[in-house]
Design a protein around this ligand. Sequence first.
Ligand code: UT7
Length: 344
Amino acid sequence: MNFQFLKLQRIEAKNKPMRAAITAVGGYVPEKILTNQDLEKMVDTSDEWIRTRTGIVERRILEEDKATSDLCIKAIEKLLDKRGISAEEIDLVIVATVTPDHAFPSTANIVTHKIGATKAWGFDMSAACSGFLYALDTGSKFIESGKHQKVIVCGADKMSSIVNYKDRNTCVIFGDGGAAVLLEPSQDENGIIDSVLKSDGVGIDYLNLKAGGSKHPSSHETIDNDMHYLYQEGKTVFKFAVTNMAEVSREIMDRNNLTGDSVDYLCAHQANLRIIDATARRMELDEKKVLINISKYGNTTAGTIPLLFSDFESKFKKGDNIVLAAFGGGFTWGAIYLKWSYNS
Ligand code: UT7
């Protein structure tokens, strides 16, 4: 037996950075469907316009008396069931959302309590459509540092709570839904490998929700001026999104010596089919590798990327190279490179 060799191996293993791996996913969308035809009766729009400009056919709408935490709870229950673990084993819950149940306490606080995660702490993360990427990267650090063994990262939004169904510019785009992933220490080389996350406050004028915060607290005036509804200057956001999402996806590929051939799947934020196509072209990806579910759910903000995981989980094989990419309000944007860690 070569003891020197064994010793070296042990030192090498000890010095290897711990990776966080996604070990289970769970997704949830409400049952109620709002189709393009339904919207034709509500605003001056057409199924043809919505399909060709966005790729959306229908979206889901949560019951009025339910909140974002309900989306998270349903998704997390599925995840725990799949992994065969109890909520008491969870160390931390991070919820990415721009539609929290309340200004405070955090939605994560409500979720940990309701699922019975008695040992866990939690917090919300606000980065609009990039929220899941920000939260996934943050959650992975708690695993990598060795502080936690089981972290849940949830991306969920009840967009119907902030959408003006009289504004055709925005009401055709958004939907409700959410999904969650479980992060655990990786047993091999698979897991979350790299991230590039960015933000630029120049975006505030083009995509925002003006009232309800400390700058414009709720008042008769804010309600009369529709300031509690999401506002988007679509064309400008489109220009920023199309350039930056493609740019950051290319950056993460180049940093990790990935090519269009070696990337197995792109899971991109589902805001607009044309933005996803532009990103895929820049990555030189075959269209079969580009995962799409925007037609079914529209833009669920922080929910889109984890919902892709839950819809396409059965396609993923252990070791697959997956690139995640998003662009959203803030502006915020980024990309994450991970190697999938299990066969389902
Ligand atoms: O997820 C967060 C980040 N968000 C995004 O990435 C969204 C980025 N933006 C977009 O996806 C697109 O800009 C939209 C889908 C929002 C809009 O598509 P567009 O091709 O940029 O349309 P537009 O805003 O330039 O509007 C073109 C025309 C306008 O009419 P005129 O001025 O040319 O006569 C709009 O009034 O389409 C009109 N229009 C509509 N027509 C029918 C706008 N909304 C609608 C509608 N139905 N729902």
